[in-house]
Design a protein around this ligand. Structure first.
Ligand SMILES: Cc1cc2nc3c(=O)[nH]c(=O)nc-3n(C[C@H](O)[C@H](O)[C@H](O)COP(=O)(O)OP(=O)(O)OC[C@H]3O[C@@H](n4cnc5c(N)ncnc54)[C@H](O)[C@@H]3O)c2cc1C
Length: 398
C-alpha cells in the first residue's frame, strides 16, 4: 500500500466508502445518497451474479425501501406471498398466514436477489458505483481511512465492509467471526412453474427430508430440497427426482432454469466495528438461508448505519450500532437455526412427532397469528429504528 500522510485528514475523497455492491452495500449507498453524503460503492464484480440467492423481502425491509420511494416499484415487480402452507408426512398440517400481521405490507415479497440488486443500483446511480474494483487493503489513520484498490489509494472518513460472508475487510481488522457450519445440506433450482401451487409458499416436511417451494415472478418457482451431503453441482434431474419422491409432485427437469446447492453456516462477529471500519450485512453475521432472513437483517443494519453516519459524531453512536444490531442478528440466527432444525428431522418417529406438534400449534389461532409476525421478522428485537431512537439531533453531514 502507498504511504498516506495525515495531511489528507479533513480533505478525504469521500465521506463514506462502501466495499461490496451486493444488496446490502447498494441499499446503504442509496440511504447515504439520500442524506447527501459523498460516497462510493466499490464492487469487484464486473458482471451481475449468475444466480439469485435471496428471494424473500420482509415487511420491515419494505418499510426501509419505502423511505427511498422504492417500495411500490419493488412490490409491483415481485409476488406477494400471503400464506405459507405446511405439509407433513400425511397431508396438510396448517398454514402460517401473513394476512393479519400488524404492518402495512401483509405479505412477504418474493423477488430474485438479482432484480433487487439491479433496482437498487439504478436508484443509486452509476456515478456512485465502481464495478471491477477489488479492495486489497484498508488502513486507518487518526481521522480517516485509506482504501487500496489496484494502484489507487482512496480516502474516506468511514469505510463500510459490505463484502459478504467471506469478508476480507473483517480479516484486515482482525475481527473474529465465531460460529460453525451446520451438518445440513440443500440443493435448489428455479423452474418454470406448472405446479398449480399459485402465490402460496409450501413447506413439505417428510420422513426422508424437507422440500420447500416458493413462487417467483415471471411464472417461475423455486424448489429447495434437503440432501444427504453437500453437492457442488447437483446433476440435472436431481431436484425433480427428490421432489417427486417426497411430495409426489411432477416438476419436470426440462423446466429447470438454474441449479445450485448450499450448506448453511452461522456466525456473529465479536464486534461490528473497529475504529472507522464498520461491518454490515453478511460481513457481520451469517445465518441459515432457511427462513430467508440474511439479506433482510443486512437491510436493517444498513438503515441503522445510515442514520448514524449522518449525525454530527458517528463515532459516539457506533457502540449503539454494535449493541443493537448484534442482538438483532443473534435473534435472527437463532430463529433460522430453529426453523431449519425442526424442518430437517428425518425418520418415521421424528417426523410423526413433528407432524403432531405442528398440527397442534398451527391450530391454535394466537400461535398461528404470532408465527406470521415471527416469519415476517416483525418480532425481532431492536430490528427497526423506531425501536431504537438514536438521538433527537437533526441529521447533519459528517
Ligand atoms: C440459497 C440462498 C437463499 C437465500 N434466501 C434469502 C432470502 O430469501 N431472504 C434473505 O433475507 N436472505 C436470503 N439469503 C441470504 C442473502 O443472500 C445474503 O444475506 C445477502 O446476499 C447478503 O448481502 P450482502 O450485500 O451483505 O453480501 P453479498 O451478497 O455477499 O455481497 C457482497 C459483495 O461484495 C463484493 N466483494 C467482496 N469482496 C470484495 C472486495 N474485496 N472488493 C470489492 N468488492 C468485494 C462481492 O463481489 C459481492 O458483490 C439467501 C442465501 C442463499 C445462499
Amino acid at each position: 500500500m502507498k504511504p498516506v500522510t495525515d495531511s489528507t485528514a479533513g480533505a478525504t475523497d469521500y465521506d463514506v466508502i462502501i466495499v461490496g455492491g451486493g444488496p446490502v452495500g447498494l441499499l446503504l449507498g442509496c440511504l447515504l445518497k439520500q442524506q447527501g453524503l459523498r460516497l462510493r460503492v466499490l464492487e469487484r464484480r464486473t458482471e451481475p451474479m449468475a444466480y439469485s440467492a435471496a428471494i424473500g423481502i420482509t415487511p420491515p425491509s419494505l418499510q426501509i425501501l419505502d423511505k427511498l420511494g422504492l417500495a411500490a416499484e419493488f412490490v409491483a415487480r415481485g409476488v406477494q406471498v400471503r400464506d405459507c402452507l405446511v405439509h407433513g408426512q400425511r397431508g396438510r398440517l396448517g398454514c402460517v398466514s401473513f394476512r393479519e400481521i400488524p404492518d402495512a405490507h401483509r405479505f412477504i415479497l418474493s423477488l430474485p436477489q438479482a432484480t433487487t440488486i439491479a433496482m437498487l443500483l439504478k436508484h443509486l446511480g452509476q456515478e456512485h458505483f465502481e464495478p471491477g474494483c477489488e479492495v486489497s487493503d484498508v488502513r486507518q489513520l487518526e481521522d480517516h481511512c485509506c482504501v487500496q484498490t489496484g494502484e489507487r489509494t482512496l480516502t474516506a472518513r468511514f469505510v463500510i465492509a459490505c463484502d459478504g460472508s467471506r469478508s476480507r475487510l473483517r480479516e484486515f481488522i482482525g475481527m473474529r467471526a465465531p460460529g460453525h457450519v451446520y451438518d445440513c445440506h440443500f440443493a435448489m433450482g428455479d423452474f418454470i412453474d406448472r405446479s398449480g401451487l399459485g402465490d402460496e409458499a409450501h413447506l413439505f416436511f417428510t420422513e426422508t427430508g424437507a422440500v420447500e417451494s416458493f413462487p417467483l415472478p415471471g411464472g417461475q418457482r423455486r424448489w429447495i430440497v434437503q440432501t444427504e451431503t453437500h453437492l457442488d453441482h447437483p446433476p440435472l434431474g436431481f431436484v425433480s427426482e427428490l421432489i417427486k419422491r417426497r411430495t409426489g409432485m411432477d416438476v419436470p427437469a426440462a423446466d429447470q432454469l438454474s441449479e445450485s446447492a448450499f450448506t448453511p453456516r452461522k456466525f456473529n462477529c465479536d464486534r461490528y466495528y473497529e475504529g472507522r471500519i464498520i461491518l454490515c450485512g453478511d460481513a457481520a453475521h451469517g445465518m441459515s438461508p432457511i427462513g430467508g432472513q440474511g439479506m433482510n437483517t443486512g437491510f436493517a443494519d444498513a438503515e441503522f448505519l445510515a442514520a448514524i453516519l449522518c449525525q454530527a459524531d458517528p463515532l459516539q453512536l457506533l457502540p449503539a450500532y454494535n449493541r443493537f444490531r448484534r442482538k438483532a442478528a443473534k435473534a435472527a440466527i437463532f430463529r433460522a437455526e430453529w426453523g431449519m432444525w425442526l424442518g430437517t428431522w428425518r425418520g418415521k418417529a421424528l417426523s410423526m412427532l413433528r407432524d403432531v406438534l405442528l398440527k397442534f400449534l398451527l391450530r391454535q389461532k394466537p400461535v398461528a397469528r404470532h408465527m406470521g409476525s415471527f416469519y415476517a421478522m416483525l418480532t425481532i428485537p431492536f430490528n427497526t429504528l423506531k425501536q431504537v431512537p438514536l438521538t433527537s439531533q437533526p441529521p447533519q453531514r459528517i
